[in-house]
Design a protein around this ligand. Structure first.
Ligand SMILES: Cc1cc2nc3c(=O)[nH]c(=O)nc-3n(C[C@H](O)[C@H](O)[C@H](O)COP(=O)(O)O)c2cc1C
Length: 192
């Protein structure tokens, strides 16, 4: 392990077995440059609906995701779009993880957003909403490049590999941006 290596925790905002966004995240994990390790979470489907009455008896999947996010250097979120916004399962998960407010594992955690849909806007609206949500958790979201990939079925081969050259190039740049952010934060912490 080198001092420039980073770990990225991948969250897919779809529970669908044949999800395009899962394929996108799996492709991103394969495209990650040397020294960037991506682990894709499988916990989202185990999250109960957020209910403040459950605070104090936190479900195990929530605690585990919290720990896994804390252990990672950065987050990558692959989001679908439903009715022009963030999927309920994803918003639900971040409502849990955002606690305790102002001191959650999301605070200061760099985030890269990616997403795809069969439609022509390719999750532009849900990604915009997610950016806003991360303002509250004080998580710096990489400003670009945007990986907003329309017409999902045309962007993968039969084995599920990403074939879209624009998304492929942008994902590579996004990983370098994430790494740059993480290394700058490490350096800042070292001189403090
Ligand atoms: C209730 C519902 C609402 C949807 N709304 C949108 C939408 O606003 N924008 C969009 O691009 N696709 C929309 N879609 C299509 C989804 O992008 C599509 O189902 C996609 O495959 C879901 O992501 P996944 O493949 O990762 O599961 C919607 C689908 C459903 C079932």
């Amino acid at each position: 392990m080198s001092t420039t290596d980073i770990t990225v925790y991948g969250i897919v905002g779809s529970l669908r077995k044949r999800s395009w966004n899962r394929l996108l995240m799996e492709s991103a994990a394969r495209l990650a440059p040397d020294g960037v390790t991506v682990t894709i979470s499988d916990l989202l489907g185990q999250f109960p609906l957020f209910n403040e009455d459950l605070l104090g008896q936190e479900p195990p999947a929530v605690t585990r995701m919290r720990e896994e996010i804390a252990a990672a250097d950065a987050l990558m979120v692959a989001t679908p779009e439903y009715n022009g916004g963030v999927p309920g399962v994803l918003k639900n998960a971040f409502d849990w993880i955002s606690l305790p407010l102002g001191a959650s594992v999301l605070q200061g955690k760099p985030v890269a957003l990616i997403g795809t849909s069969p439609g022509r806007l390719g999750t532009a609206r849900s990604q915009f909403e997610l950016r806003n949500m991360f303002v509250f958790s004080q998580s710096p979201v990489m400003p670009g490049p945007e990986v907003v990939m329309p017409f999902a079925p045309k962007c993968f081969d039969e084995a599920g590999n990403l074939t879209d050259p624009v998304a492929t190039e942008r994902i590579g740049i996004l990983f370098e941006k994430l790494r740059g952010h993480v290394l700058a934060s490490r350096m800042e912490a070292a001189v403090r």
